[in-house]
Design a protein around this ligand. Structure first.
Ligand code: UDX
Length: 464
């Protein structure tokens, strides 16, 4: 099938590249010339395991193309994905101006024929109908500009030009760091809309993935496809992310109680997770959730609830617990070192989670700010940030190039990100060059006994 993906951020680029890999002809459109140039050269502007290979292979097979020309992309695709960012405004509301600009742009370039316009961006509930209206506005504006009369409506202009389209909501559930894997091995595919024609075109598009042709285990049953109305599909995205964020806040709250009563949250999580009604995933206690999705989506859902006069107590509590969780490492450092002024703390990890270079809403940023305020010198080592130079843009922290350099003259280390590489560092050598070998494991993932043997005092979250 012929596909156009507008916006080559995280979601757009992964979706476009993976659909091309499954055999569709995909054109990705972005207005950032620099980025388009890079992708044309087979490079991925984001760090995501496996993505560069897929981009290169699909481009060589002429299945994937990059352009800044929206008209070219819109004319090519039978299915047009809107995959631009919807960042959070200071109020918590989603900023939908990029979606609006793209929808208007699509409207101004649509030609005679039928298209499916897909909302892949996480948009506020109700946006499907709004996108339809903006596309129609774009069509009407073009008709007016070409002398079609000032009073022509979008519907009239579309009818006159023989343009037909339907809007579908198709939320993504990709995790950064495993986005390519998640695309080929989804738990479900959600399609929302009220046109059978549009929904069956979308089902056809996803057939290779539904049949697990590119998945880890092709013998598994087909991927379930959940077909709903537009608003329910939009809500599924918010409800899933808010649930997962709330689940983490829940275990973090239990961790804080465990610390007080002397229980071990790692064992508690195992004990409750084996109950199939609860499940073992997303029960890792630590210094809280961050990234580009959870904080933004939970705030947006709270904001939507407020708009409808409903006070979302539980979601607000999940956010409050998460805010407090970001200070837990500081409390533990104060407990260990007493005075933090004049001390040096080393952060192991900076990104909000492993296998990504993303620092958006990363707990490390709060830690750096709070430690600086308390007069503590902060150093950091991160497998990606230390190598890539992204760290140069960070203030209040010296980014070191090796774990040994990080440890040198530190009064404590804090594990901020659960990078696999941190499991096998030479902790004995690191302990020797520290002023005071204490480690606060903000992710509860290092081996306590190994660290104790290496000479560290080990402090976990909810298991100290
Ligand atoms: C998330 C969702 O998982 C994905 O489905 C959605 O589309 C986008 O948002 P992502 O933000 O990439 O993906 O990361 P994820 O792996 O879900 O982790 C989110 C945050 O929760 C990270 O800060 C992580 O460290 C934290 N986390 C996760 C925990 O603290 N404990 C856990 O048990 C799991």
């Amino acid at each position: 099938m012929r596909v156009c993906v507008i916006g080559t951020g995280y979601v757009g680029l992964v979706t476009g590249a993976c659909l091309a890999h499954t055999g569709h002809h995909v054109i990705c459109v972005d207005n950032n010339e620099q980025k388009v140039k890079m992708m044309k050269a087979g490079q991925s502007p984001i760090y995501e395991p496996g993505l560069s290979d897929i981009i290169q292979k699909a481009s060589q097979e002429d299945l994937l193309e990059f352009t800044t020309d929206l008209a070219y992309g819109v004319n090519h695709g039978d299915i047009l994905f809107i995959a631009v960012g919807t960042p959070a405004l200071p109020t918590g509301e989603s900023d939908t101006r990029y979606v609006e600009a793209v929808a208007r742009g699509i409207g101004s370039h649509l030609e005679k024929g039928y298209k499916v316009i897909v909302n892949k961006s996480t948009v506020p509930i109700g946006s499907g109908d709004w996108v339809r209206m903006i596309v129609l506005d774009g069509i009407a504006e073009r008709q007016k500009a070409s002398g079609g009369g000032n009073s022509i409506s979008g519907d009239e202009a579309a009818a006159k030009l023989g343009i037909e389209f339907d809007v579908v909501s198709n939320p993504e559930f990709l995790r950064e760091g495993s986005a390519v894997y998640d695309t080929f091995n989804p738990d479900r595919i959600v399609l929302g809309g009220n046109s059978d024609k549009a929904l069956s075109m979308m089902e056809e598009l996803y057939q290779p993935i539904v049949k697990r042709k590119f998945g880890e285990d092709p013998s598994l049953p087909p991927v379930p496809v959940v077909k709903t109305d537009l608003s329910s599909a939009e809500m599924i995205k918010y409800a899933a992310n808010s649930f997962l964020a709330t689940k983490i806040s829940y275990i973090n709250e239990i961790a804080n109680i465990c610390d007080r009563v002397g229980a071990d949250v790692v064992q508690v999580a195992k004990g409750i997770g084996l109950d199939s009604r609860i499940g073992t995933k997303f029960l890792q206690a630590g210094i809280g959730w961050g990234g580009s999705c959870f904080p933004k989506d939970v705030s947006a859902l709270i904001h939507t609830s407020d708009d409808y006069g409903y006070d979302a107590h539980l979601l607000k509590a999940a956010v409050d617990v998460n805010k407090r969780q970001r200070t837990i490492a500081i409390e533990k450092l104060q407990h260990e070192l007493k005075i933090l002024k004049g001390k040096t703390v080393g952060l192991l990890g900076l990104t909000f989670k492993p296998d990504t270079d993303d620092m958006r809403d990363a707990p490390a940023l709060n830690l750096i700010e709070q430690l600086n305020r308390l007069g503590t010198k902060v150093k950091a080592y991160d497998p990606i940030v230390s190598q890539s130079g992204i760290g140069q843009g960070l203030s209040g922290v010296v980014v070191e190039t090796s774990p040994e350099q990080l440890a040198y003259a530190c009064d404590a280390l804090v594990v901020v990100t659960d990078w696999q590489q941190f499991l096998t560092l030479d902790y004995a050598a690191m302990a020797k060059v520290m002023n005071n070998p204490v480690i606060i494991d903000g992710r509860n993932f290092l081996d306590r006994k190994m660290l104790q043997k290496a000479g560290f005092r080990y402090v976990g979250i909810g298991c100290s």
